[in-house]
Design a protein around this ligand. Structure first.
Ligand code: PLP
Length: 362
């Protein structure tokens, strides 16, 4: 098999060791004679897989005991509806949800939330082309808001929060961490709800994590669909209906792998080093351009443009020929994007940097 480095934004690269273990266990999991895909989600084998995954994730993120970890479906976009449907019952009607608009994904969250409540965009980085996180002093928050929603890593715009926002009173803070969960240390206690689709930094598409503080499990609107009701999902240990069993199994292998590497603090150090390497190369040559303010540059998703955009196709073809895959930017913003998630080895970033230098030289 040829060695490639896959810079896809998602579904994205997984640790090779995890894929090898999954391949070895594909037909016969631990002598059970069954593939994990063939097991009942209520049988002892799968329950063991699920419980280990939950325990390892709780340890990796230091999730406090008063939070539930829910393994759900519906993706990050699903949570854009599931969050309001589960939280709006706690606010006087008509309720207002506060948002900080930092890019494409928080923009989609705003759009969906408008179906359920009044929306206040407390701050927006739209005017500057989503190249920074608006300073918290400038946010115009609503007293008594149902909650405040932020996207702490904007996957398309390459903008990442380097701080945990503070909220007023008991307004819960909700964070979409789909594309940087487990890449850096997070103080979970600062958040009411954290959600993340799995396909960026955790495992296969089809699994969505929601980490919900206990006191927020019981505020659903009556119209909230039963399978998306956090209290019901929590009471059923995420097995209200059939969960995405194989995706949970792979996620569990990824969690165990991260623990072997030394946990989130260790992977964060590597991620800082990878990002430094890539941004330094992009800044060094005015052939390339990343417009994001230095303190808001994402460690996970690095969008960049060639100064001469007529060379885009040539750049991508040359990259592909060297096994540097899926570098094309999101269609909404164009240019290039290198996603360098946890599972991207530093050798992959170095190979990209070497190519950047060589292409600019030519
Ligand atoms: C990918 C992504 C989503 C959408 O996830 P789906 O699983 O496709 O619904 C939402 N938010 C962020 C930040 C993402 O990166």
């Amino acid at each position: 098999m040829t060695q490639v480095f896959n810079f896809s934004a998602g579904p994205a690269v997984l640790p090779k060791a995890v894929l090898q273990q999954a391949a070895a266990e594909m037909l016969d999991w631990h002598g059970s004679g069954m593939s994990v895909m063939e097991m009942s989600h209520r049988g002892p084998e799968f329950i063991a897989i699920y419980e280990q995954a939950e325990t390892d994730l709780r340890e990796l993120l230091a999730v406090p005991v008063n939070y539930r970890i829910l393994f759900m479906q519906g993706g990050g976009l699903g949570q854009n509806a599931i969050v309001p449907l589960n939280l709006l019952g706690r606010a006087a009607q008509p309720a207002t949800i506060d948002f900080v608009h930092t890019g494409s994904w928080s923009g989609k969250s705003v759009k969906e939330a408008k179906r359920y409540a009044n929306v206040n965009v407390a701050a927006s980085a739209e005017a500057n082309g989503f190249t920074a996180v608006p300073p918290q002093e400038t946010w115009r928050l609503t007293p008594g808001a149902a909650y405040l929603h932020v996207c702490t890593n904007e996957t398309i715009d390459g903008v990442e929060f380097d701080f945990a926002p503070t909220v007023q009173g008991d307004v819960p803070l909700v964070a979409d961490m789909s594309s940087h969960i487990l890449s850096r240390s997070v103080d979970v206690a600062k958040y009411g709800v954290i959600f993340a689709g799995a396909q960026k930094n955790i495992g296969p598409a089809g699994l969505t994590l929601a980490i919900v503080r206990d006191d927020l499990l019981d505020s659903a609107l009556p119209i909230c669909p039963g399978v998306f009701n956090w209290r019901a999902v929590a009471d059923a240990d995420s097995m209200l209906n059939t969960p995405p069993t194989y995706a949970i199994y792979i996620a569990g292998l990824v969690f165990a792998h991260l623990k072997r590497l030394g946990g989130v603090a260790a992977i964060e150090r590597t991620n800082i080093e990878k990002a430094r390497l890539l941004y330094t190369a992009l800044d060094a040559d005015d052939f390339y351009r990343n417009r994001v303010a230095p303190e808001a540059r994402s460690r996970m998703n690095v969008p960049f443009y060639l100064r001469d955009e007529s060379l885009n196709d040539l750049f991508l073809a040359g990259a592909k020929a060297r096994g540097l895959l899926q570098l094309k930017g999101h269609k909404s913003v164009g240019g290039m994007r290198a996603s360098i998630y946890n599972a991207m080895p530093i050798e992959g970033v170095q190979a990209l940097v070497d190519y950047l230098n060589e292409f600019a030289g030519r």
